[in-house]
Design a protein around this ligand. Structure first.
Ligand SMILES: NC(=O)c1ccc[n+]([C@@H]2O[C@H](COP(=O)([O-])OP(=O)(O)OC[C@H]3O[C@@H](n4cnc5c(N)ncnc54)[C@H](OP(=O)(O)O)[C@@H]3O)[C@@H](O)[C@H]2O)c1
Length: 278
């Protein structure tokens, strides 16, 4: 049986891998994003019904994060519309250690639809495809919560778990907590990237209020500053979020990708090599 699966955020860090894995298995995939041929925008609910039409499963990645104000209402409305348009199953990508995200999970869990919650630790790819990339390219990284160990998880593993959850009913009703096999401090991350790329990248601990001030001075939008402050406080401030789980091995029957392997593979792409300006 081939499924019709909507992948919201289907060109993003996890979504593009989920979409390509599903397509290679012969499923019909529709991308849900602002630039998709049938545009879907989290902030324009009038775009949602058409995108859901004819779909029987949905992989949900919310933007920018399930913790932000308005996310709960958006997930409630999307779930209601999904049910109305005969969707049978939802797989929600959530953030490990985020209380607000858990409220959104509850909506999906009580929707009456089949569901799996994929609750992920911080991604490896934050260092190569997201907000930590720029300071690495500049050769100077200053971050708060410098002593906290984070069990970064790879988006390849998240995508494999999401695909398994979408395709196999044995994952219905489950909450999977995904982490990598080892936890790293920011200094350890930067040291490893420096060594593998052969670049001199400095790491300096900084207090959270000072970090927030720097972001404000640099003109970072206030809602993004709020989110970063929330994540550094709520997720990194809670020692329970450093724990390592074995849910990836449970679902996939193999070990999660080690951070060192991610660094070696990513260095080869030269994403961490500063561009030489002409
Ligand atoms: N990064 C982490 O460490 C981490 C950890 C745990 C959980 N999470 C959760 O992961 C989720 C993000 O997933 P991801 O990292 O796979 O995606 P991502 O790379 O952040 O997302 C990019 C995708 O979202 C689409 N998009 C952006 N804004 C949109 C909007 N307003 N409406 C509809 N689509 C939009 C983009 O396409 P267009 O530009 O074409 O719209 C693209 O397909 C968040 O909910 C976050 O909380 C992240």
């Amino acid at each position: 049986m081939k499924d019709n699966i909507l992948v919201i955020g289907g060109t993003g860090k996890t979504g593009r891998k989920v979409a390509s894995k599903l397509e290679s298995l012969g499923h019909n995939v529709r991308i849900g994003s602002r630039s998709a041929s049938l545009a879907f925008d989290w902030y324009l609910p009038e775009t949602w019904t058409k995108t859901l039409q004819g779909m029987n499963k949905v992989y949900i990645t919310f933007q920018p994060d399930l913790a932000v104000p308005g996310a709960l209402e958006a997930i409630e409305e999307l779930t209601r519309l999904a049910k109305k348009s005969k969707v049978k199953k939802l797989v929600l990508l959530s953030g490990k250690g985020e209380r607000e995200a858990e409220l959104c999970e509850q909506v999906v869990m009580h929707s009456g639809l089949d569901y799996t919650i994929v609750r992920a630790s911080w991604f490896n790819q934050n260092f190569s495809e997201s907000f930590f990339l720029e300071p690495i390219l500049e050769g100077f990284v200053a971050l708060p919560q410098a002593d906290v160990k984070v069990p970064y998880v790879d988006t390849e593993d998240i995508a494999d778990v999401a695909v398994a959850a979408l395709l196999n009913d044995k994952h219905n009703g489950k909450i999977y907590q995904l982490t990598g096999p080892r936890a790293y401090t920011f200094k350890e991350v930067i040291t490893e990237i420096s060594e593998v790329t052969g670049r001199d990248i400095a790491f300096t601990p900084i207090a959270l209020p000072a970090y927030v001030n720097v972001m404000k001075q640099q003109g970072v939008p206030s809602d993004f500053v709020w989110l970063i402050e929330y994540l550094f406080t709520e997720v990194l401030g809670n020692p329970a979020n450093s724990e390592i789980t074995n849910d990836i091995e449970y679902v996939l029957g193999r070990q999660p990708k080690d951070f060192s392997d991610y660094v070696k593979e990513t260095a080869v792409t030269r994403v961490w090599s500063p561009k030489i300006l002409a």
